[in-house]
Structures are given as structure tokens and as C-alpha cells.
Design a protein around this ligand. Sequence first.
Ligand code: SF4
Ligand code: SF4
Length: 257
Amino acid sequence: MEEASKQPGKKPVEPVRMNLDSKFRFSCHKGLECFGECCGKITISLTPYDVLRIKNKLGITSAEFLSLYTRIVDLKSTKLPFFLLNMTEDGKCPFVGEDGCNIYADRPLICRYYPIGLGATESSEAESGDFYYQIKDSFCKGFEEDKEWTVRQWRESQEIDRYDFINKDWFEIVLNRKLLAGGVEPDEKSQRLYMLGSFDTDSFRNFVFESRFLDLYDVDEVTIQMIREDEVELLKFAHKWLKGVLFGEYIYPRRET
Ligand code: SF4
Ligand code: SF4
């Protein structure tokens, strides 16, 4: 995934490797001379739960949000499309205003992590293969503040665990080793289904409940009820289903037709 460099034109200081108990000083608030500076000329890749939260905040459908606010790029070698948030003509995030982020409670995961970045390694030395690093942009005055955090406390304060939990199966899809190595090549149909199930939840709901989907897949009644009533459950269901579409790992088996 592309990294959030909240960074108008200057190079960040070399990142320092961290774990969950590593400490750093940081505070971001109105009154700092850099306030809002970082919310422009940046690359913000969106996760499925980001799209769900923001389209609900804006009161529009997922398809409307994707069409109005995003553009598509392919994720490196995987052929899976990703959505990036479009900046305005003057290079700013469409959601930054005089008082800061207009969608703060629903801001994307990548904005929640900042100024911490998440890395992954195959080395056994790092906890769960994940490690963290500080993105110390030279223009950011937040590091001169007294408030001290551990990475763990920062994650908790930013609701990151909830985002990771809901996006879990989707992360497993986009980080699938065979996919990244080119051993799985999604065809056009799989790519379309991936976009539908990953990001366009309102259209996916229609697809499940207004097509022959439930005749084709053996989904139990409890799950059907849950995904009918709860959009987050629908999103998680979509990601589990996509593992079947992309990798043949069907949790809900296809019925004989
Ligand atoms: S303190 Fe850092 S994160 Fe906060 S507004 Fe300034 S540049 Fe952005
Ligand atoms: S979504 Fe909010 S926090 Fe993220 S870049 Fe835009 S204005 Fe800044």
C-alpha cells in the first residue's frame, strides 16, 4: 500500500524503527503554525472501511463517493485496483477546512496512523511480522509538543484496532503472497467483483439480495440476517467471499446448479 507522506514538498527525516511499546512525543492541534499544512499534496490510499465510513458521513452511496472523490490505480503487480483520494485543483485534501479535518471522526486509516507508519517483514525478529516507524516530516511541529505516547496508546486513541479488525480479510487478500508474486492473476471479471465487494458496499448489497447470489452460494440464515441488517458485517462477508473468488478459498460453498 502507498504510504501516507503528509508532506508538502520536503523530504521526511529517515524513519526510526519502533515496536508497540516505543515512545514518541507528539500533539496536533489548532494554533500550531503548521496546522492543516500536512493535508495537501499527499497520497491517501483508501481501505474498504474508510470508504464505508466516509460515504456514510457524507450521506451518499459508495458508488457516488468513489466516482466523486477517488481515482483508481493498480496495486503494483497484483492487477487489483486501489482507490486513491483525489486532491483538489490547488493540491489540498477535499476534506480540509479552516478548523482542520471536516470528516475527522471518519478520517481514513492512513491519516489515523500519522505520524506512525506500519511496515511488515518476513523476519522472525519483529512481533507478528509487523513493525512501526515514525514519519518525522521536517515541517511538522507536532513533535515539539510535550505529550508522550507509546505506539500502542496511539493506536488505541486513533481507533486503529477497529479498522484493522474490519479490514482484516481484505488486508489478507491484497497481501496474499501468491498474488504479490504473480502466481495468481485476477481476470477482468474477478477484478470487477473485487471492486464491488471491497469498496462498493451499496452495490454489493443489491448484488447479494437482488440477484441469484443466495441461490448460488450456501450461506446460513444467521449470516444472511446479519448482513441484511449490518453494513459492517456485509463488508466483512464480502471480503470472505472474495477469497473464494480470487483464491478458491470458499467459506460459503457454491451450490450445484
Ligand atoms: S502538527 Fe503535524 S500533523 Fe498536525 S497539522 Fe501540523 S503538520 Fe499536520
Ligand atoms: S482526510 Fe482529514 S486528516 Fe486526512 S488528509 Fe484529509 S483533511 Fe487531513
